[in-house]
Design a protein. Structure first.
Length: 323
């Protein structure tokens, strides 16, 4: 079995701010069994991403992720479910210029044995430009596609790599505070990106009801109410408009379970959902996790002094294979 050894470096802070990964020469005395631990998935996604950027199409890492990562299974499941939401769309591609820029930024951030996270920050401007060019935000957008499988795999691998990197840092933080229930950092693969996932369908149904009877209201009242919805419930409005564009119907009051299914299919199956998650993780690294994912968490005032993690483990053999 192969041995994977690497260090993660970070700037000290209330929550450490990761800066880069460096592969290390394995120390036999430090090798551990990483199965079930976030460092295994950080390592597997790093190796898969490295191979993709180098132009090597190895399925070995995907086979391992299929076995060990629930996130990967979410992608496979919702990628298929997404098709029913795209069947009425004429999907548009992201302009080739931006896809080339994404790959170039990835390539510049990765060297033979090092991954510089700060060199990924230009992706944030790139994503903003893509949204302006296509005329729609990534949020709940199922109308764009990626025909470059290497690029799709690369952004997918990077989004999940950064997620599990945050899981690792949160786990270390929770161990250091010895489980104080008021300070424990929680990780949720859905609520971290869509905090209103459970309540959004109810709000969206209110807007959907308004739209159904809007034409019966006086014009001034209708415009006033619509403006208030846009101001107070922008995500709910975006959700309803996205679902309506998908089904070409605008007079239905959508059931809550349908709206939740749509959110999940977009978040984990759509190209724009992957880009949305990736942007959130990059903003978290750049601006601090405490300012992005844990704004309302009770965090200690004292900064953590932890600025390095060293991992060494055997890479398990794959039992299943990607079809």
């Amino acid at each position: 079995m192969d041995i994977l050894s690497f260090s993660i470096f970070a700037r000290a802070g209330i929550l450490p701010q990761p800066t880069h990964l460096v592969e290390e020469t394995p120390d036999p005395s430090r090798i551990e069994d990483a199965r079930g631990k976030p460092e295994l998935l950080v390592g597997l996604y790093w190796k898969w991403l490295f191979d993709l950027v180098q132009g090597r199409a190895s399925l070995n890492w995907q086979n391992l992720l299929l076995e060990h990562d629930p996130q990967y299974l979410l992608f496979e499941k919702h990628k298929s479910a997404l098709m029913r939401w795209q069947q009425n769309h004429r999907l548009q591609s992201v302009p080739a210029k931006y896809e080339k820029d994404i790959l170039e930024i990835l390539s510049q951030s990765i060297s033979q044995a090092q991954f510089d996270f700060e060199k990924l920050y230009p992706l944030l401007n790139c994503f903003d430009e893509i949204e302006k060019k296509i005329g729609l935000p990534f949020l709940f957008n199922v109308e764009i596609k990626c025909e470059n499988s290497a690029l799709l795999n690369a952004v997918h691998a990077l989004a999940n790599f950064l997620f599990y990197l945050r899981v690792q840092i949160a786990q270390t933080f929770n161990q250091e505070i010895r489980g104080n229930s008021f300070e424990v950092l929680k990780i949720d693969p859905v609520l971290d990106y869509l905090p209103m996932f459970h309540s959004l369908p109810a709000e969206a149904r209110v807007f959907s009801s308004f739209k159904r009877f809007e034409s019966q209201l006086p014009t001034l009242v209708s415009h006033k109410l619509r403006d208030e919805f846009l101001k107070e419930l922008p995500m709910s409005v975006t959700l309803i408009f996205s679902v309506e564009r998908a089904w070409k119907k605008n007079t239905i009051i959508w059931e809550s379970d349908v709206l939740q299914e749509f959110q999940l299919s977009w978040l984990y199956g759509a190209y724009s959902g992957i880009l949305f998650r990736l942007r959130e993780e990059l903003v978290g690294i750049k601006n601090g996790y405490q300012n992005t994912f844990y704004k309302h968490s009770l965090l200690p005032r004292q900064s953590s002094s932890r600025n390095q993690w060293l991992f060494a483990f055997t890479v398990p053999d794959a039992q299943f294979k990607v079809a």
